[in-house]
Design a protein around this ligand. Structure first.
Ligand SMILES: O=C([O-])[C@@H](O)[C@@H](O)[C@H](O)[C@@H](O)C(=O)[O-]
Ligand SMILES: [Mg+2]
Length: 401
């Protein structure tokens, strides 16, 4: 069964615009008919939802232990996308996770056992800071407050660190002039002297601006994420930067690995099972990174508890994961589709050893979030269009500065 859901999202700012009041996801239930149900979670945009629905229909009768057959069934009549991303990987991913959940439940083992066994009991996550408004236009203030300057961000960091004990901090930049974002990083360093810091402007800067920011933050950042577009641009910045550059934008499929690594464009790749094609594809990615001496971190988008559990299971089994993973979990403020979401305590999720992913679908919650999907009117995430309702002159520019 494939169920689209919507959940409230705060007005988080990024280089593309601002998050809309509702975030979308798609929940996959793989019912094997003998009481075994596997769970998966993926993006919620309508074209993707449509592909996931078609894949689900094509999968009926396929053996959940035969991932090659599952992948073939999912591939169907796919056509490559102009933006270079691999739609099969994206559509296969939630089914791969659901199949692993089924396989692990059938074996009475946690998913990490199927990924080679756990190398850690706790998977660290970072506090993911965003510039944000106090409220959506015309809406009531949310519980997180505004964060439009260094003081606001430091207050936000305190809130997230107090709630979840995060031991490292990432700032989503690309929102204000680079100098203002450097000031924000300096303020975070002063307030959190021992927390590793990262800054991610989502390609909002030219190579020249990126090199200047890299110089200004050389002593402050553990890595600088996607300062500028493209592998060549990143390589140019990497030659000037003292810290490693990280990416979830210029290395998003296998074909990007060789050009990025031979040019020394990135020192850290953010794995994301939702678009690399599942948990095993991310383990393969991590092994390639290890061979090239490139670090591994983990990327996130707005998501719910099935994805958090999948990330935790993967993180437990990846020896290469030496950085705290991204997660948007705190921004969802407890809203979920699972009965007991995994919690982030002392900056980490304790990885469940129970059979499967370690989370159970709550049908009432799923039903409520699906009703919200039906009512919310959003069918494709569009941060830029939403920003333009507030500032009609806004344009998504990469680079902007
Ligand atoms: O949630 C956001 O606004 C992020 O900007 C997200 O869309 C990015 O994909 C991501 O978190 C990133 O690291 O670039
Ligand atoms: Mg990023």
């Amino acid at each position: 069964m494939v169920t689209p859901v919507a959940f409230p999202d705060p007005p988080l700012l990024n280089s593309a615009g601002v998050h809309e009041p509702w975030a979308l996801r798609t929940i996959v239930e793989l019912d094997c008919g003998d009481g075994l149900v596997g769970l998966g979670e993926t993006f919620g945009d309508a074209p993707h939802l449509d592909r996931v629905r078609r894949a689900a229909a094509a999968l009926v009768g396929t053996d959940p232990f035969d991932l090659a057959a599952v992948r073939r069934a999912v591939a169907g009549d796919h056509t490559p996308r102009a933006d270079g991303q691999d739609p099969v990987a994206r559509v296969f991913a939630p089914f791969e996770v659901a199949c692993l959940d089924v396989q692990a439940r059938a074996a009475g083992q946690p998913v990490h056992a199927l990924l080679g066994g756990k190398v850690r009991d706790r998977v660290a996550f970072c506090a993911y800071l965003f510039y944000k408004w106090a409220a959506h236009p015309g809406g009531d203030p949310d519980g997180f407050g505004a964060a439009l300057d260094p003081d606001g961000l430091v207050a936000q960091a305190r809130l997230l660190v107090d709630r979840h004990g995060f031991g490292s901090i990432k700032l989503k930049g690309g929102v204000f002039e680079p100098a203002a974002e450097v000031e924000a990083i300096q303020a975070l360093r002063a307030a959190f002297p021992d927390h590793p810091l990262r800054l991610d402007p989502n390609c909002a800067w030219t190579t020249g601006t990126s090199a200047k920011v890299a110089a200004a933050t050389a002593e402050l950042l553990e890595y600088l994420e996607d300062p500028t577009p493209g592998i060549e641009g990143m390589a140019e910045v990497a030659r000037a930067a003292r810290m490693p550059l990280a990416t979830n934008m210029c290395v998003v499929r296998t074909g990007h690995l060789r050009p990025a690594f031979t040019q020394g464009a990135v020192g850290v790749v953010l794995a994301d099972h939702h678009y690399w094609g599942g948990l095993r594809a991310c383990a393969d990615l991590a092994a390639v990174c290890r061979a090239w001496g490139v670090g591994v971190s983990m990327h996130s988008n707005s998501h719910l508890g099935i994805s958090l559990a999948a990330m935790a299971q993967l993180g437990a089994a990846l020896p290469e994961l030496t950085y705290a993973a991204d997660t948007h979990t705190p921004w969802q403020d407890g809203v979920d589709v699972v009965t007991e979401p995994l919690s982030i305590v002392d900056g980490a999720v304790t990885v469940p050893d129970t059979p499967g992913l370690g989370v159970t679908l709550d049908r009432d919650r799923l039903g409520r979030l699906h009703e919200q999907y039906e009512r919310c009117g959003i069918r494709v995430r569009d941060d830029t269009a939403y920003m333009r309702t507030v500032d009609p002159s806004f344009r998504k520019l990469r680079p902007r500065w």
